[in-house]
Design a protein around this ligand. Structure first.
Ligand code: XMP
Length: 506
């Protein structure tokens, strides 16, 4: 087993996932329980994750980790982990301007860790502090454009630090580096996706009591559908699939979802709650507040259904890892957004939550979906946030702006499908805020909204880049939006990556 030590980074679990892709069994542990886990388990190597803290935030904590240097197993420190190792060997970690996004590094020394890398490579960085100097027991393997130490190794031990993130997709040779680290560590690759499915099935059988029923809140997206199908395999008709229409889905989506779900034997009870949700949302400004309102309203509906049938004891949700991580449910992690299906469900909800996919990433869920026969229409659909278009309206939430973002998104999706580009991107949608732009429509002055198109490529939503859309397609989408949507006078294109941006606007 390789242990990933979590310092609360957004990517700790991504590291673990990358290793699982290499068929390596991993567990993620908090740095606080590291010592006891190492004493109990057969740990062959350690990877120290990144994290939002600075090595200067908690110097006592850091001193207590110096046993890491004497474990006699290979260690790879990533980002914060890299700075931490430098600090443990009395290197100099400084506060700097930071490096964010794609950055070029130069390899200075041949080392098995960089097998297959060119002398200059692009990597993904996301840090402020940096390692400025190291003692003689360490050697610098690579530097960044700013001349910060991008990688180092202790001379007499397989202990490495890299400032960049090899686990994210945007570090093109990151997987190679992780694989090299595994080879340096001499670990055998034996673990498979099939094992994950077995683990999930065992978890469901262990968790749901005999005779109890479970509500499965299905949105028609892949996560909730896969979660429901897996639970249904174990509890059969004791699974009650419901589809709550909150009025925030894409245009036409509810009808399409029902058709697809029927194909796989899930006949959802459709709860038309559009008015109930929307009347509480009109006029709100803050997306976190909207998430709370939506979470509460979902919970009220689930509770009412459970009151009607006392055998309903569980709620099945399609929560995946990014939802958990970005909601700040990992020790030391900063909360980015409280994704409703984890954070915003109120504590009074009596149903026990069953989250079979909680430790999986989207592409793993997609692979499982194929194995269990989920229709392709669902598998290939872009991911969609639980609060739907409530997080795609910036500023005051109004019926007009909701309709603009839904309609503009439909135009964008239709054009991408026509051009066969839909499947090349992770998500594509349109958002609208309160800003306006003066236009001329029908020879007269017209003040209308600005619609921003957001199209991203990503592998797992943990990081994302903006999509280099062909200009002619962008032009067609933009012209259709301003001509078909009366109240829109300007279309813009969002071109920031994640990080530092996020995918949804709020
Ligand atoms: P961000 O905007 O945080 O989004 O970069 C990462 C992924 O999560 C989705 N997302 C949400 N999903 N509830 C959800 O279930 C939410 O409140 C929420 N906010 C963002 C987003 O669409 C992207 O795929």
């Amino acid at each position: 087993m390789v242990l990933v030590v979590n310092f609360g980074g957004q990517y700790a679990h991504l590291i673990s996932r990358r290793l699982r892709e290499l068929n390596i069994y991993t567990e993620v542990v908090s740095h606080r329980s590291l010592k006891s886990v190492i004493a109990q388990k057969n740990v062959k190597a350690l990877i120290l994750s990144g994290g939002p803290a600075s090595v200067y935030d908690n110097e006592e904590d850091i001193k207590n980790l110096d046993f890491i240097l004497n474990l006699n197993i290979p260690v790879l420190g990533i980002c914060y982990g890299h700075q931490l190792l430098a600090k443990l060997v009395s290197g100099d970690v400084k506060r700097g301007k930071g490096e964010f996004g794609r950055t070029e590094i130069k390899i200075l020394k041949d080392d098995p860790l960089f097998k297959g890398w060119e002398q200059k490579e692009n990597v993904w960085m996301s840090h402020r502090d940096y390692v400025a100097e190291l003692p003689d027991i360490a050697e610098v393997l690579a530097v960044s454009e700013r001349d910060y130490i991008a990688a180092f190794k202790l001379k007499n031990k397989p202990i490495y630090g890299v400032q960049f993130h090899p686990e994210v997709h945007h570090t093109a040779k990151g997987r190679k580096l992780l694989n090299n680290f595994i080879e340096v560590s001499g670990i055998k690759k034996r673990w498979k996706l099939k094992d994950i499915v077995e683990d999930i099935i065992n978890y469901i059988s262990r968790t749901i009591e005999p005779n109890a029923k479970a509500l499965a809140a299905i949105s028609g997206g892949i996560d909730s559908t896969v979660a429901a199908v897996l639970v249904k395999k174990i509890i059969g008709d004791r699974l009650v699939p419901i589809l709550v229409d909150h009025g925030l889905f894409r245009k036409g989506e509810v009808e399409e979802s029902i058709k697809c779900l029927r194909k796989i034997g899930l006949e959802p009870v459709v709860v038309d709650a559009r008015e109930r949700f929307l009347k509480k949302l009109w006029g709100t400004r803050d997306c976190e507040e909207r998430r709370r309102i939506i979470g509460n309203t979902f919970a009220e509906i689930f509770s009412e259904l459970a009151e009607e049938d006392s055998n309903i004891k569980y709620l099945v949700q399609g929560t995946t890892y990014p939802d958990v991580i970005e909601s700040g449910h990992v020790e030391k992690a900063d909360k980015i957004k409280s994704h409703h299906n984890v954070a915003a469900l109120p504590s009074w909800l009596k149903l026990k939550v069953v989250e079979p996919l909680k430790f999986l990433y989207k592409d793993e869920v997609r692979r499982i979906a194929k194995i269990i026969g989920v229709p392709n229409e669902i598998i290939s659909k872009h991911p969609f946030p639980g609060p739907g278009f409530a997080v795609r309206v910036i500023g005051v939430f109004t019926p007009e702006k909701l309709e603009i973002s839904r309609n503009a998104s439909k135009i964008l999706e239709d054009e991408l499908r026509k051009e066969n580009l839909y499947n090349n991107v992770w998500q594509a949608f349109a958002v609208v805020g309160d800003d306006t732009w003066v236009g001329i429509k029908g020879d007269s002055r017209d003040v209308g909204y600005i619609v921003t198109l957001r199209i991203v490529v990503s592998e797992d939503a943990m990081t994302a880049d903006w999509y280099r859309i062909p200009y002619d397609v962008l032009d067609r989408v933009s012209r259709r939006i301003v001509s078909e949507l009366d109240r829109v006078t300007m279309v813009t294109y969002a071109i920031s990556s994640k990080p530092p941006s996020t995918i949804e606007p709020c």
